[in-house]
Design a protein around this ligand. Structure first.
Ligand code: ZN
Length: 225
């Protein structure tokens, strides 16, 4: 896809996310990695609902601004996730209500922030890590993401929001939406003793669709006693 088409895609998905209330005000940002190693990134203080393709920040492979407006100050988040997920081509970061709410609950497992509730959550978002709170723009958040060793394509920042990588912008957007909807389901069902997918049902998805789930790495991929 040409760079001008990619710029339009960022604006189109950004507007769609904003109009559905998935990230308010000027929150949230989107980045894309280009074939030359450079990036397209949404500018700082820009609402995802009103992006201008010509003003999107164009960075070179060293992260220097080549053209467009000043990039989002959340660049360290994106850089750390690209660095640890070699296949990632796009990253979406939102301040979406249910995913943010989830990060503040006491019972959340930082290595599996959501239980296996639906097949599409596992197929699109995989499992989700939770990293502790950092002040926005704090470079230490990048170390926390690197500490996950690339095992997670979706990460929740405590009291802040989700950061999700995909092998295309569409994949990253769809995974972020699936994460938000699953967080919403979790909050709807919390304390109601819901039935989640069983370990056998999860294993069946992993094998049928070749899912790359960190919990299956830890347990060598097949054994779920
Ligand atoms: Zn943010």
């Amino acid at each position: 896809m040409s760079e001008s088409r990619l710029r339009e895609e960022i604006c189109r998905y950004g507007r769609s996310l904003f109009e559905r209330g998935l990230t308010p005000g000027s929150s949230g940002n989107i980045s894309l990695r280009l074939d030359d190693g450079g990036w397209l990134v949404t500018p700082t203080n820009a609402s995802l609902g009103f992006l201008d393709p010509a003003r999107i920040s164009r960075l070179d492979s060293a992260g220097r601004l080549v053209s467009g407006d000043k990039p989002t100050k959340e660049i360290p988040l994106h850089a750390a996730l690209y660095e640890s997920r070699g296949s990632a081509r796009a990253i979406v970061h939102l301040h979406s209500t249910h995913a943010v709410a989830l990060t503040m609950l006491p019972e959340i497992d930082p290595r599996a922030a959501l239980p296996p509730m639906t097949p599409y959550y596992l197929m699109r978002a995989g499992e989700t890590a939770l990293v502790p709170y950092y002040r926005p723009g704090d470079p230490a958040v990048a170390d926390a993401i690197r500490g996950l060793a690339g095992k997670y394509s979706s990460v929740l920042l405590a009291n802040h929001g989700p950061v999700v990588a995909g092998d295309s912008l569409e994949a990253a957007v769809f995974a972020t939406e699936e994460l938000e909807e699953t967080a919403k389901l979790y909050l709807l069902l919390r304390n109601l003793n819901p039935r989640y997918l069983t370990p056998d049902q999860v294993s069946d998805l992993v094998q049928t669709f070749g899912l790359d789930l960190p919990s299956h790495h830890d347990h060598d991929g097949h054994d779920h006693g």
